[in-house]
Design a protein around this ligand. Structure first.
Ligand SMILES: [Zn+2]
Length: 226
């Protein structure tokens, strides 16, 4: 059966970090993949009054984002402009409405999104908005929701609480994930920063080892309707 999959992330790169290997695998198996990136990303790294530079950086990051999504086989990327690292200044209702709009257009049966207890406020609010926008009413199309982990946010919260129970084997797509991430140059750091190519591969080997696979992405099952 062909599934329709929507990955909903706060920032450009979260979709690849969190579930890029899984999306690539699902795409190669013929499923339809969409992503929704709610925030602009990157703006919080610059002085707020440097608007020209910020606009340019956001534009550059968007270009990279489209390329990275193409590499993993995403059919269409949707974007919104919620403020970087300031989702808490936006009304939750506006996030919910943005998600509902894209959900109606794509009619997904599977959603991947952030983990509720990430350190990053935008990730937390994205999670909250997703489960609000997918309340299980009788005509709801979404049957499965999973939370992914984003290195340097999920594991940097205290106390540590991400305990996944769903593992997707990404042994055959880890290289595509790494390729997509390597063009997100502005978002990558040097090892031992967890958001480095080496850190990302170590992490997928770590989850893989615990699930009898070479490389895995790990998820919390949030709501599964059978
Ligand atoms: Zn993020």
């Amino acid at each position: 059966v062909n599934r329709r999959v929507l990955a909903i992330a706060a920032h450009p790169d979260d979709e690849v970090l969190g579930c890029g290997g899984t999306l690539a695998k699902l795409a190669s198996n013929g499923h339809e993949i969409f992503t929704l990136i709610l925030g602009t990303g990157i703006a919080s790294r610059y002085e707020a009054n440097d608007t020209e530079k910020i606009a340019r950086k956001i534009e550059e990051l968007r270009e990279v984002m489209y390329k990275a999504n193409e590499i993993i086989g995403v059919k269409k990327v949707f974007t919104e402009d919620f403020p970087d690292n300031k989702f808490d200044t936006a009304a939750l209702l506006n996030l919910v409405k943005a998600i509902e709009r894209i959900k109606e257009m794509t009619r997904p049966d599977i959603i991947f999104t952030h983990y509720e207890k990430d350190l990053n406020i935008d990730h937390q609010m994205t999670y909250k908005a997703v489960i609000t926008a997918t309340r299980p009413l009788p005509d709801e199309t979404v049957r499965e929701i999973y939370s992914f982990e984003v290195l340097s946010s999920t594991e940097w919260n205290c106390p540590l609480s991400f305990s996944p129970e769903v593992f997707f084997d990404i042994s055959e797509t880890i290289d595509l994930k790494a390729k997509a991430l390597s063009i997100y140059k502005s978002e990558l750091r040097q090892f031992p920063h967890p958001r480095s190519l080496k850190g990302i591969k170590l992490n997928s080997q770590y989850w893989g080892m615990r699930a009898g696979m070479l490389h895995a992405e790990a998820f919390k099952a949030i709501r599964i309707l059978k």
